[in-house]
Write a protein that binds this ligand. Structure first.
Ligand SMILES: Nc1ncnc2c1ncn2[C@@H]1O[C@H](COP(=O)(O)OP(=O)(O)OP(=O)(O)O)[C@@H](O)[C@H]1O
Ligand SMILES: [Mg+2]
Length: 350
């Protein structure tokens, strides 16, 4: 177990920077998640930590050691990849023993370490099976056991759950997280699945185009997104484009005048969370921002309903309402009033 530090890591492939000046400090025992769209550099960053890719610049420290130029097998990192990559002709136990044999662990120690690792993932009764005789979730746990068997200083997980169906994914998520906590394992997991990232992480790192956009807790990212990209990628936002008019107001492209916490005169965008917008009954008092609109589209999601409401020729917002039996749902074409408080709009200069 150890602290993991990446300092100014860059990886170039020709003109492309797959990782661009990435600095991270993962504290001992922390579960850090790298989140971002396809191609943003998550796997590259993880493989640099594992030692499979040499960075063009920057350094990696694990505990007290600079491991930047160390080969993978000397790093003591446990790895689980997207495809479980078990050896099909080897039994579960042989698969788990593989990393220990590669590391020239004495024979007498291998068996107890394999048993211990399989016990951790609750598969010690299936050691003699072949991978194809296991379910997807069990195979995933063998891959995890294999990573844990070497008693790693850091656990690196690259989309470890993407081959599992939605229900199983939720179960294995919880299993991995509880095990990681119990072992106090410093862990970096890569995913492009927002929900997975939010449910598992102590802290999240949002990446795009090789760069870190923001590092923080779930609340940091949701309540205080650093930029428009994060506001869009974590949770949902409707964006209203426009400009600050120099008098403490925001004027949208469709000429809505919006009260917001911004000053100055500049092009800007306001991000609105759908669940923080409300439908106001006709006679109720106005909020900081109250606009008449027309419902153009409805998405029925069961417990919630998304209303796409046109506020002006250039602006349409999503209002998420709770589906309550006592409240009749609007229908397409209904005239409504949409309201939100001043602090709801997150302002970004553009
Ligand atoms: N060996 C390589 N040679 C050239 N370009 C590469 C190489 N490996 C990765 N890239 C490029 O680097 C960028 C980052 O790739 P990376 O695999 O880190 O993305 P990712 O965030 O893991 O994406 P995904 O979610 O699709 O797995 C991509 O644009 C990719 O095409
Ligand atoms: Mg990847």
């Amino acid at each position: 177990m150890a602290r993991l530090q990446l300092s100014n890591i860059t990886k170039r492939y020709g003109d492309l920077k797959a990782a661009d000046d990435v600095s991270l400090d993962v504290v001992d025992g922390e579960f850090l998640v790298l989140l971002g769209p396809s191609g943003c550099g998550k796997t590259t960053t993880l493989r640099i930590v594992a030692g499979f890719i040499e960075p063009t610049a920057g350094s990696v420290r694990l505990g007290e050691r600079d491991i930047t130029t160390l080969p993978p097998w000397k790093r003591n990192a446990g790895l689980v990849f997207q495809s479980y990559a078990l050896f099909p002709h080897m039994t579960v136990s042989e698969n788990v023993a593989f990393g220990l044999e590669m590391r020239k662990t004495p024979k007498a120690e291998i068996v107890p370490q394999v048993i211990e690792a399989l016990r951790l993932v609750r598969l010690d009764h299936l050691g003699d099976r072949l991978p194809r005789q296991l379910s997807g979730g069990q195979q995933q746990r063998v891959a995890l056991a294999r990573a844990l068997a070497i008693r790693p200083d850091v656990l690196l997980l690259d989309e470890p759950l993407s081959n599992l169906d939605a229900k199983l994914r939720q179960d294995v998520r919880v299993e991995i997280r509880e095990l990681q906590r119990k072992l106090g394992l410093t862990t970096v997991m890569v995913t492009h699945d927002q929900e997975e990232a939010l449910t598992m992480a102590d802290r999240l790192v949002v990446m795009s185009e090789g760069r870190i956009r923001q590092i923080g807790t779930q609340q940091d990212l949701y309540e205080r997104p650093a930029d428009r990209f994060v506001a869009d990628f974590v949770g949902r936002s409707t964006f209203v484009e426009g400009r600050l008019d120099g008098e403490g107001r925001f004027v949208s492209a469709g000429e809505l005048v919006v009260a917001c916490d911004g000053s100055g005169r500049a092009p800007a965008t306001i991000a609105l969370r759908p669940e923080r917008l409300v439908l106001l009954p006709p006679a109720s008092p106005a909020m900081d921002n109250t606009f008449p609109g027309v419902v153009e589209f409805i998405s029925y999601l069961g417990s919630q309903v998304d209303l796409h409401v046109r506020l002006s020729p250039k602006e349409r917002v999503i209002v998420q309402i709770q589906n309550r039996p006592e409240q009749p749902l609007p229908v397409i074409g209904d005239a409504v009033r949409v309201g939100w408080s001043r602090s709801t709009g997150r302002l970004f200069l553009t």
